[in-house]
Design a protein around this ligand. Structure first.
Ligand SMILES: Cc1cc2nc3c(=O)[nH]c(=O)nc-3n(C[C@H](O)[C@H](O)[C@H](O)COP(=O)(O)OP(=O)(O)OC[C@H]3O[C@@H](n4cnc5c(N)ncnc54)[C@H](O)[C@@H]3O)c2cc1C
Length: 438
């Protein structure tokens, strides 16, 4: 364990740059336990960082102690048993590289520089969600250091309540120092970007095609104004487009068949969908310096022409430098897990939407926040609440509750009381151990 004054791994979002009093760089579970014990003794605020990609900036802390897990990035793959053991600070790129060397994979996110632990503890939506479920659905066991400094092994037989809670409940219950995943055979995929005109017809049709597609196919439709990128014809720059990112987890011929309905929606502006290794989906992203952003996410049960029109209307109305609506069709393997089986309980929701914009000047924040709220309200016409915890910004306790529907919240509070009664782990989308302010 080493203690340093500067963060070893930067946070993704420059909006959330911060200065902890100390960064405790941990290499083992015992390092984490020692840091936690000292934080308790000295009454320090504690933040935990794996990949640094918290959308709400929850792994950034001013003052207090940052437990930095970046050195715990080991990955061990057992190709015979199809399992991988992953350190609590590993990135998806590290896990994917190790598993793909054996033609195997476990569901991760859609970019490779997020942390395995941060993404998995909240649920984990990626390119394999309809075929193999969420990242957290593939966790077989975990090692967790709890607020009292114990290093616990948890799985379906031991500390079952904790095992249930960490699959969706985020970092509320302790620091995950190791996760064991189930792996699946995945030699290659058919995937890439299909760029289509951003009309209401195409947006509605694309969502319908994604829902009708075989479970091997998962994707994201990004509706946005076309940026001046080299692969986009100049005539399209500034026009509304759908940048559909598609992944078919199966052989090339079946993939081509599954993709035909998408290609038939309109003459593609660009078609880069092709057979490739799974890792090919994770090309390094353009470095976008996010200065200010306003974003909202929600689940939907209906997506019709009126919703598609609302998407077009709100994107056109945005005055930000960039605005986007991201649409994901759910279902398949992730929907077959019973709602009560894990702390991620939104199993029956059909779609997930995220709307957001980026801009430069904090003074414009109220305008853009109002835009994002209005956009989300226009999509949520059924009035049913629900949000994915890892896509929450800093939106207050009511929105955190929306992440845990029905009896899930009460059960999480019980588990929190058992493992972290003093709410040491509160720099997260917090589940307080007692009602009222934490
Ligand atoms: C560019 C980008 C793309 C994304 N894409 C996806 C996506 O495709 N699918 C998806 O599901 N989500 C996605 N997300 C959301 C992502 O799942 C969350 O932001 C997640 O928290 C990031 O994990 P991290 O380890 O990188 O973050 P960090 O900022 O390091 O951690 C976030 C929080 O997770 C908790 N945490 C992290 N590690 C541990 C640990 N080992 N033990 C206990 N608690 C821990 C802590 O509470 C911490 O505050 C994306 C986010 C970004 C910024």
């Amino acid at each position: 364990m080493s203690t340093q004054a500067v963060a070893a791994r930067e946070v993704f979002n420059a909006m959330h740059a911060s200065q902890p009093d100390e960064v405790v760089s941990c290499s083992t579970a015992d390092d984490v336990a020692a840091a936690i014990k000292r934080a308790r003794e000295e009454n320090l605020r504690v933040a935990v960082r794996a990949g640094g990609h918290s959308i709400a900036g929850l792994s950034a802390i001013d003052g207090g102690m940052l437990i930095d897990l970046a050195p715990m990035n080991g990955v061990q793959v057992d190709p015979e048993r199809k399992i991988a053991k992953v350190g609590g600070g590993a990135l998806w790129s590290e896990l994917d590289q190790a598993t793909q060397a054996h033609g195997l994979a476990t569901p991760g996110g859609v970019v490779s520089d997020t942390g395995v632990a941060g993404l998995t503890l909240g649920g984990g939506y990626g390119w394999l969600r309809r075929k193999h479920g969420l990242s957290s659905d593939n966790v077989l066991e975990a090692e967790v250091v709890t607020a009292d400094g114990r290093v616990l092994h948890t799985d379906a037989d031991s500390h079952r309540d904790l095992f249930w809670a960490i699959r969706g409940g985020g970092g509320n219950f302790g620091v995950a120092t190791r996760l064991k995943f189930r792996l699946h055979e995945l030699a290659s995929i058919v995937g890439g970007m299909l760029l289509l005109p951003g009309s209401p017809e195409v947006i509605e049709g694309l969502v319908a095609a994604a829902e009708a597609a075989p479970e091997e196919l998962s994707g994201i439709a990004n509706v946005m104004v076309a940026p001046p990128l080299p692969f986009i014809p100049a005539a399209q720059h500034g026009q509304l487009v759908v940048m559909a990112l598609l992944a078919y987890a199966g052989d090339a011929e079946a993939g081509e068949r599954a993709l035909a309905p998408f290609r038939a929606l309109a003459d593609p502006i660009a078609d880069m969908v092709q057979p490739m290794p799974y890792a090919g989906l994770f090309e390094p992203a353009d470095e976008i310096e996010v200065v200010e952003e306003s974003a909202r996410s929600l689940f939907l049960d209906r997506f019709d022409r009126a919703a598609a029109e609302a998407v077009v209307e709100h994107l056109r109305a945005s005055t930000a430098s960039m605005a986007v609506a991201q649409l994901r069709v759910l279902g398949g393997a992730m929907a077959r897990v019973p709602a009560e089986a894990t702390a991620f309980a939104h199993r029956d929701r059909r779609f997930m939407a995220a709307v957001g914009c980026v801009y430069e000047d904090a003074a414009d924040r109220p305008v853009h926040h109002a835009w994002a709220d209005g956009f989300a309200a226009a999509l949520r016409r059924d009035g049913r609440p629900g949000v994915y915890v890892n896509f929450l910004s800093d939106e207050g306790p009511e929105r955190v509750r929306e992440a845990y529907p029905g009896p899930t919240w009460d059960r999480l509070v019980e588990v929190k009381r058992r493992y972290d009664p003093g709410n040491l782990f509160r720099l997260n989308q917090n589940i307080p151990p007692a009602p009222g302010p934490a």
